[in-house]
Each structure stands twice: as C-alpha cells, then as structure tokens.
Design a protein around this ligand. Structure first.
Ligand code: HEM
Length: 180
C-alpha cells in the first residue's frame, strides 16, 4: 500500500486527483491490479463453456458437448507458473512486465480469452485502476481498533463470483495534507 501511495505522490503529485491518463505512468499500480486478478480472480471458473466438436488438447481428448470449466483461481496458484504463489507480491509483475491479462498470456486470463473474452475488459481495466488509485491517493486505511493485520481472515467464498468469506472492515482516514 505504501509503495503504491508513494508512486501516486511522486508521479501524480500532491495537489491533483489521479486521472485515467495517469494510469500508463504508474507501473506499480498496474502491477497491483494484475496481482489482485491473479490472486483473487473475480470469476474463479470463468463462465462455463461447451465443446462444439471432439477436440484433442495436450494429449487429452475432450468429447463434443463437454462442459468445460477453466479454473483460473487454481492457475493463479500454480507454483510451476508463479514463485510464492500464495503470497501477494505485485513486484513479480515489475520483473515480468510482459505478462498481461488481455487474453494473450494464458497463465493470467481473469477475463477469459478468445472469442468469448469479457467484452467489458477495457472498461473494467480503466475502472479498476482509477478506483484503487483514488482510494489509496485520498485515504489512509486502518483496521478496526483492536484488529491486528495478522487477524485479517482472507478466506475466499466460491461461487460464480469470488467473495471474501469474512467481510473486511477497513476504516478510511482522509489525508488532511491532500489539497484539491
Ligand atoms: C473486474 C471486472 C470483470 C471481470 C474480472 C470479468 C470477467 C469476465 C469473465 C471471466 C468472463 C467469461 C469469459 C469466458 O468465459 O471466457 C466475462 C464475460 C462477460 N463479461 Fe465480464 N468481467 C468484468 C467486468 C465486466 C464489465 C464491466 C462488463 C460490461 C460492461 C462485462 C461484461 C461481460 C459480458 C457481457 C460477458 C459475456 C461474454 C460472452 O459470453 O460472450 N464484464 N467477464
């Protein structure tokens, strides 16, 4: 959080709200969004697909009319693909800037891929960056009094969309020095 805040302070400045045109100049923010989508993909199994014909992939035969679930949640946690997969480390995407979530890099496809890729991707991409950046730029975030960081339960609740099993209670503290 502090690294993202520092990046916003340095790149955007103290007296200006972050805007869409700033996103391309904020590599750490971009890495944070990629890491969120790797670690907690909004649609853990994408949307069910069905094979229109018999098909062979990597030696496996998938018969016609098979329902196919793509487990992007599990793909994001594969140690074969990611170092320390169970740890939230945006820095992994600073070292490897090539991997993106636009459907070309199959290890990171939170919006799906191919002809049924999420058509809302360009909108979601802008909104995610702007929302997260605004929340970090304008506020400091605290846990409820008496709650320690290690007490935060990050267990997930599975469904068509992924939720937190236990809601996070975070308190925004307006940054007084931030002038608009
Ligand atoms: C963080 C935000 C979002 C995520 C992670 C997301 C993810 C997805 C995923 C995984 C699919 C299924 C792709 C597949 O099965 O291959 C999908 C489909 C779809 N999404 Fe999104 N989506 C997001 C935001 C949006 C937004 C903002 C819109 C509309 C404005 C949208 C509209 C759709 C539609 C219409 C489909 C069905 C496409 C089809 O089956 O042809 N999504 N999305």
């Amino acid at each position: 959080m502090s690294r993202a805040k520092n990046e916003l302070r340095t790149v955007v400045g103290e007296n200006k709200q972050v805007e869409e045109s700033d996103i391309s100049t904020l590599p750490y923010l971009q890495a944070v969004i990629k890491e969120i989508l790797r670690f907690h993909p909004a649609g853990p199994l994408l949307i069910p697909h069905k094979s229109e014909a018999d098909v062979e992939i990597n030696g496996y035969t998938i018969p016609k009319n098979t329902q196919i679930l793509v487990n992007v949640w599990a793909m994001g946690r594969q140690s074969r693909l990611w170092s320390n997969p169970n740890s939230f480390e945006p820095e992994r995407f600073l070292d490897n800037k090539v991997v993106d979530f636009k459907g070309q890099d199959f290890e990171l496809i939170p919006f799906g891929s191919g002809r049924r890729i999420c058509p809302g991707l360009p909108l979601a991409n802008r909104m995610l960056h702007i929302m997260v950046a605004s929340l970090i730029q304008n506020f400091d975030w605290e846990l409820e009094p008496g709650t320690k960081p290690e007490d935060v339960d990050t267990t997930e609740k599975f469904g068509l969309a992924l939720h937190k099993a236990v809601p996070l209670k975070a308190l925004p503290v307006k940054i007084a020095s931030f002038q608009l």
